[in-house]
Design a protein around this ligand. Structure first.
Ligand SMILES: NC(=O)c1ccc[n+]([C@@H]2O[C@H](COP(=O)([O-])OP(=O)(O)OC[C@H]3O[C@@H](n4cnc5c(N)ncnc54)[C@H](OP(=O)(O)O)[C@@H]3O)[C@@H](O)[C@H]2O)c1
Length: 189
């Protein structure tokens, strides 16, 4: 089975995703959707992998660290000391991540690979041959942001996923919609 990267992100109208190394909004139901999508497996013996950049890792409040019931991969140019955490691994390059995901022993323990940000991680994942789908929550409001989702390419086609509600959601007066895009250049190896 070849590697597939599923990206998951929430972006507002100006494609902002973050401000001061935090989320610009607090949407509990959107966060619950993120947790459900990234945690659910069909095989209960397996967990999903979540790949994130070091700044996104730093942005997670200590009580939510690591993202539970998921295998956390953190990318940094530095060797991070993550020994205190269970199911958390540091990587210094995408090549190291690719090697781990292709490792025969590790293949037995994970199911879906979710790329969970931030900006540079999304960009690099979308440029990779493993980029399969983008699960994008489109927040129908503009927020002040300093971090942005990369431009969507023409290779992306909107699709339906039975696990994703299509109707517009609303919380605290803010409307948002879960969208799914597939990379039509993705090829199974
Ligand atoms: N709305 C959303 O869905 C969403 C999702 C995730 C994050 N966010 C927000 O986004 C912001 C954080 O994102 P960000 O774009 O600033 O940072 P980021 O992508 O989370 O982290 C960037 C860091 O990742 C490491 N890195 C990136 N590419 C690498 C590579 N090829 N090899 C090795 N290391 C690599 C580097 O770490 P070192 O500097 O340690 O070398 C780099 O400084 C926060 O505001 C967060 O709340 C929003």
């Amino acid at each position: 089975m070849s590697i597939k990267f599923n990206l998951i992100a929430a972006a507002c109208e100006n494609m902002g995703i973050g401000k001061n190394n935090d989320l610009p909004w607090r949407l509990k139901s959107e966060m619950a959707y993120f947790t459900k999508m990234t945690s659910t497996t069909t095989d209960s013996r397996k967990k999903n992998v979540v790949i994130m950049g070091r700044k996104t890792w730093d942005s997670i409040p200590p009580k939510f660290k690591p993202l539970s019931d998921r295998i956390n991969f953190v990318l940094s140019k530095s060797q991070l000391d993550l020994n205190q955490y269970k199911d958390v691994y540091g990587f210094t390059s995408w090549k190291e991540i690719q090697d781990r995901l292709n490792d025969n022993k590790f293949k037995d323990v994970y199911e879906i690979v979710w790329v969970v940000g931030g900006s540079r991680i999304y960009k690099e994942a979308m440029e990779s041959k493993y980029f399969y789908r983008l699960y994008l929550t489109e927040i129908k409001k503009e927020f002040d942001c300093d971090t942005f989702f990369p431009k969507l390419g023409a290779n992306l086609k909107q699709i339906s996923d039975p696990d994703v509600p299509e109707e517009v959601q609303k919380e605290k007066g803010i409307e948002f919609q879960y969208k799914v895009y597939e990379n039509n250049e993705y090829k199974e190896e």
